[in-house]
Design a binder for this molecule. Structure first.
Ligand SMILES: C[S@@+](CC[C@H](N)C(=O)[O-])C[C@H]1O[C@@H](n2cnc3c(N)ncnc32)[C@H](O)[C@@H]1O
Length: 286
């Protein structure tokens, strides 16, 4: 499987895990004892991804399309963008919706990039990046008119995320997430094994829609992200980034492994794109 290398550091055990870049940030828990050992690797991975405009598949058009299903927003609205990365989609929301937007991510490099970008575009009073974890939201219950998350809910699991986030959304408010999804009922075993190992939570649209209902949301819309969200907007920009990154870290095995895995992941997508993709799911809190 593809596969950027990350280090899952759990208490005193350090596990080296191979995962898709789509999953590259899958919960990294650092203990104080082990932090220094792998800090460099995690820094490196964050540096690689922060050099990109997006850290996952998506597009401005897809964000705007998902926003078009949300009809409750005003200047007073509060929006939370979880796993925002460097804030590609946060800026699109700020440009196309009223209200205040908080982007939250685990990594300072991304949050700093988001805040710099918000200032550059004049959104500093409406779009703010904050450090934090999507499974420990530092706001009161029912604070938000909308919780957004592009390509990031897998970090805590789709159903777990929707269940936990539900309590922070006002009644009648919305959730909008993009999530890895099977697009066919059957698929070649190679890609099935890859995904089942990288993210066993992957399922088809019917199952994901049912889970949204079970988490207390009326499914309002779902749509498959177009292919260029993966190719033009995610894999292609990495080619230049990879060259610069490998020049800078020519002696780092982690850097070489990361890039090799990204290339392999892009090849997998090319080969198996009929079978999986990201689907945007929009739900209204009942
Ligand atoms: C695939 S990237 C998607 C980033 C961005 N939404 C985009 O589409 O460009 C997943 C993001 O989730 C963040 N992340 C991982 N675990 C997290 C957690 N527990 N809480 C908040 N953010 C997390 C990562 O740092 C990363 O920025």
């Amino acid at each position: 499987m593809p596969y950027s290398t990350i280090f899952l550091i759990n208490e005193r055990r350090v596990k080296k895990a191979r995962v898709s870049s789509i999953l590259v940030y899958k919960t990294i828990i650092m203990s104080n004892e082990t932090k220094s050992i792998h800090e460099f690797d995690i820094q490196l991975i964050c540096e690689y991804f922060s050099s990109l405009e997006r850290q996952g598949p998506g597009s401005e058009e897809a964000t705007i399309k998902a926003l078009s299903f949300i009809d409750n927003l005003t200047d007073q609205s509060q929006i939370l963008d979880l796993g925002c990365g460097s804030g590609g989609q946060t800026m699109v929301i700020a440009e196309n919706a009223p209200g205040t937007i908080f982007g939250m991510d685990l990594f300072p490099l991304f949050i700093n990039a988001l805040n710099a970008n918000a200032s550059k575009r004049g959104f500093q009073n409406r779009a703010k990046g904050i450090l934090g974890s999507m499974d420990n939201i530092p706001f009161d219950k029912e604070s938000f008119d909308l919780i957004w998350s592009e390509g990031a809910i897998y970090n805590i699991g789709y159903k777990q995320g929707l269940t936990y986030w539900n309590q922070f959304i006002k009644k009648g408010g919305y959730v909008a997430v993009s999530e890895a999804t099977w697009l066919t009922l059957n698929r070649p075993s190679e890609i099935e094994e890859f995904w089942n190992s990288a993210y066993p939570g992957i399922a088809d649209i019917g199952q994901k829609t049912k889970e949204m209902l079970e988490c207390g949301f009326t499914p309002v819309a779902s749509f498959v992200l177009p292919e260029r969200c993966w190719t033009e907007n995610f894999y292609h920009p990495q080619k230049k980034a990879q060259k610069i990154f490998l020049e800078k870290y020519a002696d780092s095995p982690t850097a070489h492994e990361l890039v090799a895995n990204e290339i392999k992941e892009a090849e997998y997508y090319q080969r198996y794109k009929e079978y999986y993709g990201y689907v945007f799911y929009i739900g209204k809190k009942i």
